[in-house]
Design a protein around this ligand. Sequence first.
Ligand code: ATP
Length: 270
Amino acid sequence: PVVTGAEIIDKPNITYDDIGGLSKQMLELREAVEDPLNRPELYKKVGIEPPKGVLLVGPPGTGKTLMAKAVANATKATFIRLVGSELVQKYIGEGARLVRELFELAKEKAPSIVFIDELDSVGAKRADVATSGDREVQRTLMQLLSELDGFTPTGDVKIIGATNRPDILDDALLRPGRFDRIIEVGLPDVEGRQQIFKIHLAHMNVSKKVDPKKLAEATEGVSGAEIKSICTEAGMLAIRADRDIVMPEDFDAAREKVLDTDRNKVKAPP
Ligand code: ATP
């Protein structure tokens, strides 16, 4: 089927080495998704069924998509990503059909990993969707639930959901046999931030004076995505200064700029 509204990558080029911090979370994700695909005998021998769907819970930009892509890479699985808000806003009236076609495609291209970002957009509790589009959202959710129920946990289609609003999710989604394993993906701690800086600095021409440890210590509360922005911004400041090497002061200015912009984003309008 021709499926619109989804990103389909035969084998994403993200590996575990591209992910900073999150080692505990990666272990849990690999146990739940990679082992059943690559070493199904582990589950068979013990006599248990692997989890069907895994839910990654945490703030934006913390690496949830990266994690799903890296597992797809490690299992040679097709990576199929759909975004909840797009399903219900961009393709109005088509949500349920898209979900059905997507799962058909996932079976065709198996092994595959279906990654549903912003799951809360299609999976909010009934009381929270009392607006005009709610019947459409309901239909899309019902289709998703029926797809989840329609395949076996031992098969080679795996589902990973992501949300930063687990509190508004419909309980139906969290029942056993659906998204029954939850992995918390929080903001990185200082160690995590240092690793993330190292990953992004590795591609850059930086002065020896740039110290990932110091950068990590000065960026409390910052997400992986923001760390990437800081690195990009620092590089652009070097270009503006006619240098091809990025200096510590570029990172200082970049950090202020990125954090300022981000804080303004959440500030209430005057
Ligand atoms: P959202 O919920 O907004 O979709 P997300 O949690 O899926 O966010 P990603 O899309 O995985 O976040 O991260 C965005 C970008 O930020 C990544 O492509 C990567 O460059 C950087 N990044 C985020 N987290 C990490 C991390 N833990 N290690 C390395 N890079 C990271």
